[in-house]
Design a protein around this ligand. Sequence first.
Ligand code: AMP
Length: 401
Amino acid sequence: MNILVVNCGSSTVKYQLFQMEDEDHYNVMAKGVVERIGIPGSRLEHHTPSGDFVEEQPVANHRVALELVLATLTAGKARVLSSIREIEAVGHRVVHGGEKFTGSVLITDEVLAAIRSFADLAPLHNPPNILGIEACQELMPGTPQVAVFDTAFHGTLPEYAYIYPIPYEYYEKYRIRRYGFHGTSHRYVAERAAKMMGRDLGELRLITCHMGSGVSFAAIRYGKSIDTSMGFTPLEGLVMGTRCGDIDPAIIFFLMDKEGLSAKQVEEILNKKSGVLGVSGISSDTRDIEDAAPHNHRARLTLEIIAYRAKKYIGAYYAILGGLDGLVFTAGIGENSSYIRKSICSGLEHLGILIDDERNTVRRKEAFISRDDSPVKVMVIPTNEELMIARDTWRIVRTMR
Ligand code: AMP
């Protein structure tokens, strides 16, 4: 089955075309990204096993972007299909599934209406996801479309983990609660971790650390997410590229008062100017911070805060899991930065986390980085959300045949 996986952001469309025999046997026929949609300098980057292609042309909106993707897949020198009809299903990444969706679903009018109704909860993310779905429905009428939600994997959080201690009426009125994000990534690496360990996911206690420009950790007991660090929005939790993570909420009101800022302005500061960028004053990219650390105090401090806060989450999740079998690092930082992995794990030997320095030099490939005698297996696992979306789509569409 040929499955197109689509991930629409506010100004980007990322895509991958899978040829799936079954869940474990597949081939990536092409992948790429359309960038700068609706702004000058739009371009498509397209990769196939036979070469890489770049096309620069104005792309006014998501529909035009998807038209360009479909045209590139089916015509010209970069084509891998002879017609759009060869795409048998489309899988969409959708950020917010609210409380309604705890798994992937076939997109119907009712599902699309529900996704629209969650736009309030994810104002930056769900609207472009919806544009992508609508464009594909128009361009490929009759082709089944599946939604895979970032929030769905955390649908198993117990009530006491997702209700915030604020007046309960705000949960009832606005559904303010912990939702959690990066669920597709946490689910993927948890499944891979079980495979690597040669154990059943249903018997493992895992902490999965998704550390990219956004950062979230999840506590996964016997295959189910029981807590996660992102909350009502992706602003809560660990230190991120430009997001603050956990802070005292009173800081918001103090800043509004002292600096004469509006709520929107403070929101912007906490989302776009905080985290790694805010503390270091250098960059939101931890590579720049690692480079600057030997001669810059605030760069060193940033790395110390990242590690310190990560340790606190690992300790907390260890406690609620009642022990730990595996610790997984994934995404840009988790897959690449041996320095940050090491600084998080050092000092956690009393929890049974013993890192092997030589093994910890690994980058972007699956590997154990713990010592053979480490009671907790520590792993690096490159995430693959697109594959997860393709698999879910394959499973759902196959049953329709
Ligand atoms: P992602 O959001 O998963 O694409 O991750 C992007 C982030 O990963 C970048 O902003 C960097 O902070 C980080 N990153 C990527 N490569 C490296 C690396 N080699 N060393 C340290 N950090 C890295």
